[in-house]
Design a protein around this ligand. Structure first.
Ligand code: ADP
Ligand code: MG
Length: 264
């Protein structure tokens, strides 16, 4: 590299650092204070990198704060709404809960077992699962980017208000929704080769009259040793929920055979 090029490169790096600092100052608002209180330096840097790259133009408003992480609402540079999911890197409980879904998933055999590495893997897992589902045409939040414990996806809802989850939605035709959700499970199994593993009326949204599956970090590939157990549990949840709504649900074994046909 010529001397001139080296100098240019150094200058660019300096500029970039300066820009990040400026951005941090300019964009400092209540939300940033919240970010700073809850998350460690590394997480803040990851968020700032996304701001710097332009993936996120604006971050504001906590959509939901849970034990394991938080969902923020934001916008990209075209004004499109984003859901920014940030996992906490400190929860020991979370680690215990995650392990069965990571162990046995061939995509993550080489991940270290300390909490931070597992949480990073968890975010990657959600991103990869969303991608796999999205690619085969299952309605999920479109995955945009992921780094460390920060995942960016399409916002399902409008003006920072999330679409209602199935539990909150008033269904005109529960029968149809039951059929749609069953078809979703089947497509996820047959085409994306994944089992959701946490399917419930809380992890499904209804938006524009369409079902949207989300929160799929725990979803496992069909080769996972617990895949069939998880699928049965998903189908039981579906069965239980729609039975309460007086839907004429199919026997679980029948739905199990239909979902897995040709794959087992
Ligand atoms: N892509 C999204 N668009 C809009 N709202 C979302 C999105 N993802 C999550 N949410 C909202 O945040 C809540 C929690 O998200 P979820 O992914 O289920 O996190 P957790 O792992 O804490 O359960 C959801 O119930 C929903 O209201
Ligand atoms: Mg959830």
């Amino acid at each position: 590299m010529s001397f001139r090029k080296k100098v240019d490169k150094k200058l660019r790096q300096k500029e970039k650092k300066y820009e990040t600092k400026q951005l941090m100052k300019e964009k400092r608002s209540d939300e940033y204070k919240v970010l700073e209180e809850v998350f460690d330096r590394s997480t803040l840097m990851t968020v700032y990198e996304f701001l710097n790259k332009g993936t996120i133009d604006e971050i504001s408003g906590v959509v939901k704060a849970g034990k394991e992480g938080r969902i923020y609402w934001g916008r990209d540079s075209d004004g499109g709404e984003l859901a920014i999911k940030i996992y906490l890197t400190v929860s020991a409980e979370f680690k215990k809960g995650m392990l069965p879904y990571i162990e046995g998933d061939q995509r993550f055999v080489h991940v270290r077992r300390d909490t931070r590495s597992l949480v990073y893997a968890w975010a990657q897992k959600e991103f990869k699962n969303l991608k796999r589902a999205h690619q085969v045409g299952i309605r999920v939040p479109r995955p945009i980017d992921v780094k460390k414990n920060v995942l960016i996806m399409e916002f399902i809802g409008e003006n920072g208000v999330s679409a209602p989850v199935l539990k909150e939605a008033s269904l005109q035709s529960p029968d149809k929704v039951y059929q749609q959700l069953l078809a979703c499970i089947k497509k996820l199994y047959q085409k994306a080769e994944l089992v959701h593993a946490d399917l419930s009326e809380y992890n499904t949204m209804i938006w524009d009259g369409e079902l949207v599956l989300f929160d799929i970090s725990q979803a496992v590939p069909l080769e996972h040793p617990m895949a069939s157990k998880f699928l049965r549990r998903d189908l039981e949840n579906l069965h239980r929920y729609f039975k309460k709504l007086n839907v004429d649900v199919l026997p679980i074994e029948e739905t199990y055979r239909s979902v897995t046909r040709g794959k087992r």
